[in-house]
Design a binder for this molecule. Structure first.
Ligand code: NAP
Length: 291
């Protein structure tokens, strides 16, 4: 089977790398915190490497899922980064959510080594990663995309090539712009329902059958009613993503008024101690009366 490497065994990367191993790929992993890589090898039986470069050596495809722009740049171009271990003809696939600007720069830097780069951010959350049901939006050259598509299928429900380098990240920005306003609207609707004396669960039961239905409504209303936010997609990560969206929009002269406002609301949630809370915690902010 094809030798592949996976860098970054966090909430998302751990189960994604697991799907590759289950499909029979010869997987070598690297994780900054070694104990997680040891745990992963114990569970899935792959190998672990001491550095990203060592993990990438001999791999024809290297998959990455780390945090932000700085993290991604260091695991690729840093002294012990994957670029130092890769051979011409190999492909790097990045599943982190980062800026399109960095994706284009990394694609250029790797092209000088004869290595292709596909930006491939994901949507579907921890649940999607665990169930192998992620939506993946990609940017890069069509021939490299066609080589990695069947491998990504190990953990994807849908993958689409959107255009050249950076197009996957631009598409992920659209996803986050749509989600930001939508979660605030859901929180406001539920807050209003409770204040109006309605049974919030019964409200959701009926309106989720109509035009207001959304993934957030279906998957998050129960935990929102219960005031449970210690799960899901962290507010810190959402603010990282919205900063990327707002900077890209600023450069292009695009107005995103609701996205900019909701970003400040997430700043309020962080100040309430909710940095790792799920993004649906906008309801907790309204309940606190912080409007
Ligand atoms: P996470 O649980 O915090 O995991 C981050 C992973 O990256 C960890 O393995 C971490 O290593 C590694 N890492 C971070 N900085 C690093 C660095 N400088 N050098 C080496 N390794 C580094 O994050 P996650 O939830 O899996 O998210 C990963 C990416 O996917 C982010 O870009 C996020 O925005 C995106 N994403 C997340 C979700 C979600 O629902 N969680 C959904 C869609 C997209 P350590 O173990 O040593 O910390």
């Amino acid at each position: 089977m094809i030798p592949v490497a996976f860098i970054g065994l966090g909430t998302m990367g751990y189960p994604m790398a697991g799907h590759l191993a289950r499909k029979g790929f010869d997987v070598t992993v690297f994780n900054r915190t070694t104990s997680k890589a040891e745990q992963w090898c114990g569970e899935y039986g792959g190998r672990r490497a001491p550095t990203p470069a060592a993990a990438a050596r001999g791999a024809s495809m290297v998959f990455i899922c780390v945090g932000n722009d700085q993290d991604l740049e260091s695991v690729i171009l840093g002294a012990e980064g994957v670029a130092a271990g890769m051979e011409a003809g190999a492909i790097v696939v990045d599943h982190s959510t980062v800026s399109a600007t960095l994706s284009r720069r990394l694609a250029d830097a790797l092209a000088d080594l004869g290595v292709a780069f596909i930006d491939a951010p994901v949507s579907g959350g921890q649940q999607g990663a665990q169930n192998g049901q992620l939506a993946i939006m990609c940017g890069g050259d069509p021939a490299s995309y066609e080589r990695v598509r069947p491998v990504m299928a190990s953990y994807a429900r849908a993958t689409t090539l959107m255009g050249p380098s950076g197009s996957g990240q631009l598409t992920k920005m659209v996803n986050q712009i749509c989600v930001a306003g939508l979660v605030e609207a859901l929180a406001e609707g539920m807050h209003f329902a409770a204040q109006a004396g309605l049974d919030v669960q019964r409200v959701i039961d009926v309106i989720s059958q109509g035009a207001a239905a959304s993934w957030q409504m279906v998957n998050r209303h129960k935990s929102m009613i219960a005031g449970e936010y210690e799960h899901g997609f962290a507010v810190d990560w959402m603010r990282k993503d919205l900063a990327i969206c707002l900077e890209e929009a600023r450069q292009r002269g695009v107005d995103l008024p609701v996205t900019a406002l909701v970003d400040t609301f997430y700043g309020d949630v962080q100040a309430m101690g909710g940095r790792r809370w799920d993004t649906s915690s906008l309801l907790a902010r309204l309940q606190k009366g912080n409007t």
